[in-house]
Write a protein that binds this ligand. Structure first.
Ligand SMILES: [Zn+2]
Length: 431
């Protein structure tokens, strides 16, 4: 463990640390961020009288729009000269969402990332090839500095330039691949084209994969291709970036670093706080952030939290794999469908390649339209019968998700590949 004193805290001790930090943070946000002062006053919350989580739940939520409304510098509690760095995430429309960090925030984040690597089994002997995008996106620098703090050798290849990426991985003997899961799949596929024997030529033993939702089945595919252990990493730029939560070597849910992040689960429709163990939307409060305090920030991410000791000895709460972002949910013939569920069905089927696209072309969907690439080996095996294969997929969609699907089979290599985050849902209404 990188921070054993904190990582080994019992649930009770962690909860009392959270409460102590929470009280300070509420006061800090009230004193330094006009928006929070105004909202607490309106909600009748006296920052000095927040004694427990119930008092706390009277503070209104913070939403992504609040960050946009504070463009360009975001929700800020310190003068500009104390801001050390800015990151931004691209909005679908208009201005980006900007997030800011003081020197202390950057140190905290890097230490959280170091912890994150260590929890996944990475050590200072590892050679980390960081194939996340460097820039305004938090993935690149987040994974970079965390690995440096842990003491690893870091190769900042960034995303893309796949030919060189693979050459470096082989020649340097990289042991950890940090990338989006879709880029990891892309790399696996590119190996054959570049003449590599993926299991012999590379030494990757651990994958640090995040920044997009992915299914258990995609994990199996990546693990089988590279012969590595693929660990899920959760985060978002509003909450520093990557390193909010990570799967330890037991791959049994993602540990949220409870000393820095307080998580609540709410009903996304009503905002009601749900009891422990319920599935709902995650709402985060950052417990020590200086530059950009966030109280009760709505993530839109749907999952379930459990809080019990893990085999690894950590007692921090764990989230189960993210089901999807509530914004990404599709309603097909009255059934709620997440793209990750479609992926789960597809990736389980033999003969399905790694690439697929969900096409959304109208507001009310009565059928799921999916373009599915056929796996090359199966395609050329002589056993591939398109009509039969299509029927098998359609039947499986009905059986597992109770939705009717239009499946469009695509020849291997015909769907567009991305060297970053995959675009799995193509919304023709937005083009
Ligand atoms: Zn664990």
């Amino acid at each position: 463990m990188f921070d054993p004193d904190i990582e080994k805290l019992t649930k009770e001790k962690l909860q009392s640390l959270q409460l102590e930090r929470l009280k300070k943070m509420v006061r800090y946000a009230y004193d330094n961020v006009p928006m929070y002062k105004k909202r607490m006053k309106e909600a009748g919350v006296d920052p000095d009288k927040v004694r427990n989580l119930e008092d706390y739940s009277k503070i209104p939520f913070t939403k992504k729009d609040d960050l946009r409304d504070h463009y360009p510098y975001g929700i800020r509690a310190v003068p500009l000269e104390r801001i050390n760095r800015l990151h931004a995430s691209s909005g679908t429309t208009g201005k980006p969402t900007v997030v800011s960090y003081t020197k202390n925030d950057l140190d905290t984040w890097s230490r959280l990332m170091a912890r994150t690597y260590a929890a996944a089994g990475v050590t200072k002997e590892d050679i980390v090839q960081n194939a996340y995008g460097y820039g305004l996106f938090t993935g690149g620098l987040g994974f970079h500095y965390g690995a440096e703090v842990l003491g690893c050798t870091v190769i900042p290849t960034a995303t893309g330039n796949t030919k060189r990426q693979l050459m470096m991985a082989k020649d340097m003997g990289s042991t950890v691949l940090a990338a989006t899961p879709s880029y990891a799949m892309y790399l696996a596929e590119a190996c054959a084209g570049e003449g590599y024997d993926i299991r012999k030529d590379f030494k990757f033993r651990i994958g640090m994969f995040g920044a997009e939702p992915w299914s258990e089945e995609a994990r199996q595919r990546i693990q089988n291709a590279f012969g590595l252990r693929a660990n899920d990493v959760y985060g978002m730029s509003e909450l520093y970036g990557p390193g909010v939560a990570v799967e330890c070597v037991h791959q049994n849910g993602l540990h949220i670093w409870g000393d820095e992040f307080l998580v609540e689960m709410i009903n996304p429709d009503t905002g009601e706080v749900l009891p422990e163990g319920s599935t709902g939307e995650m709402v985060f409060t950052m417990l020590t952030r200086e530059a950009m305090p966030l109280l009760r920030y709505r993530t839109r991410d749907l999952t379930r939290v459990i809080w019990e000791e893990c085999e690894c000895g950590r007692c921090h709460p764990r989230i189960m794999r993210i089901k999807g972002r509530s914004d990404d949910m599709l309603i097909i013939g009255g059934v709620n469908v997440f793209p990750s569920q479609v992926e789960t069905v597809l990736m389980k089927m033999e003969g399905v390649g790694d690439q697929y696209q969900i096409i959304v072309d109208r507001d009310i969907l009565d059928r799921l339209h999916v373009k599915v690439e056929v796996e090359e080996k199966f395609y050329n095996s002589g056993k591939y019968d398109p009509a039969k294969f299509k029927k098998k997929l359609v039947d499986e969609m009905v059986a597992v998700m109770t939705v009717r699907a239009d499946i469009e089979l695509m020849a291997p290599g015909t769907l567009p590949r991305t060297e970053g985050k995959a675009k799995r849902v193509i919304d023709l209404r937005k083009q």
